[in-house]
Design a protein around this ligand. Sequence first.
Ligand SMILES: *[C@@H]1O[C@H](CO)[C@@H](O)[C@H](O)[C@H]1NC(C)=O
Length: 397
Amino acid sequence: MGRASRLMRLDAFTKTVEDARIRTSSGGIVTIFSVLVIFCLVIGEWNDYRKVSVISELIVDKTRGEQMEIHLNITFPHIPCELLTLDVMDVSGDLQPSVSHGIGKHRLDKSGGIIESKFLELHPEHPKHLDPSYCGECYGAVAPDTSKKAGCCQTCDDVREAYAAKGWAFGDGTGVHQCEEEGYKEMLKEQAGEGCRIDGHLWVNKVVGNFHIAPGKSFSNAQMHVHDLANYLQGDVHHDFTHTINALSFGPPLPTDLLHENHHQQNPLDATSKKTSDRNYNYLYFLKIVSTSYEHLDHGYTIHTHQYSVTSHERSLEGGKDDVHPGTVHARGGIPGIFFSYDISPMKVVNREIRTKSFSGFLTSICAIIGGTLTVAAALDRGLYEGARRIGKLHQR
Ligand SMILES: *[C@@H]1O[C@H](CO)[C@@H](O)[C@H](O)[C@H]1NC(C)=O
């Protein structure tokens, strides 16, 4: 036997002799129909193969010594920028009093329009005193480190800083030469009816901490943190801590489809408002921060960010206005302002985009679709053909 005939015996696909084949129009219809079915199923299978799904897992966050970005954007319609101070503190003892780098303060008029925007620097320039030998007096307080000239209070701001460090109330600067020259009192008066928006971002150590926005210059030592409230509580114009949090986030946003899928917002405090008409009012927000990462499949990059949950608490400070002795620093019963206290979760959510189907799986499915559809179609066609023949025979009789 030749090699060809040996192979022939192995043929599982025995062929029908051409003569025995006939074509019918019902067969044509079945063929077109099965091609359509195959086409639809293959498209469905292709979409399934291309589909990206996101799996989430929870792991222990083992990163160390990281920094975290805080992005904030808060509007205060009833307090001028001049009176607001932002302080950031963490448990590692890293205090960033009067944080200003990366933070903009925008003076707002009654209708919320911007009068002036200032991106504050840590050490602002004051070109006031041209005389190089000038050394301003600190009125008994100690000159701050930020002063342009060691041991001197060159500007009104320096004097205020020096007073705050002593824990003394500063007031409107009457009798302080630097402030009178700079027109500090007049500026306070002029801006008294304004609002303020604080926005921008800052970096903090990723440990438990808090940041707050409260009136006046602040001062901290081991036991306490006090603010000079004199200018806030005195004066004819009413100030309060009504505020709108336009945005508060700890890192870049997550992809929106992920958020929609989970039916939630990444940052629960975005676009929330609180109203009060009480001057001595204190808002507390307790945040639990969870590290979250998102690994993109296509671009190969990973977003590292944070989500948080929040509980809030608000109260009127006991004692109220009567308890405040004009000209003293008031820290009893708390400080009016808004306080954010945050805690870092030890767990981390990792979201990863994956393709659930492999390419070989896709090919297998395609073969199954084609084979299966053709088999069913062949059976159908045979049935139709036989049926037609029987009916034909009946008619002939
Ligand atoms: C802060 O929010 C206001 C109002 O939504 C917006 O106009 C402003 O651009 C925001 N600022 C930043 C730095 O995103």
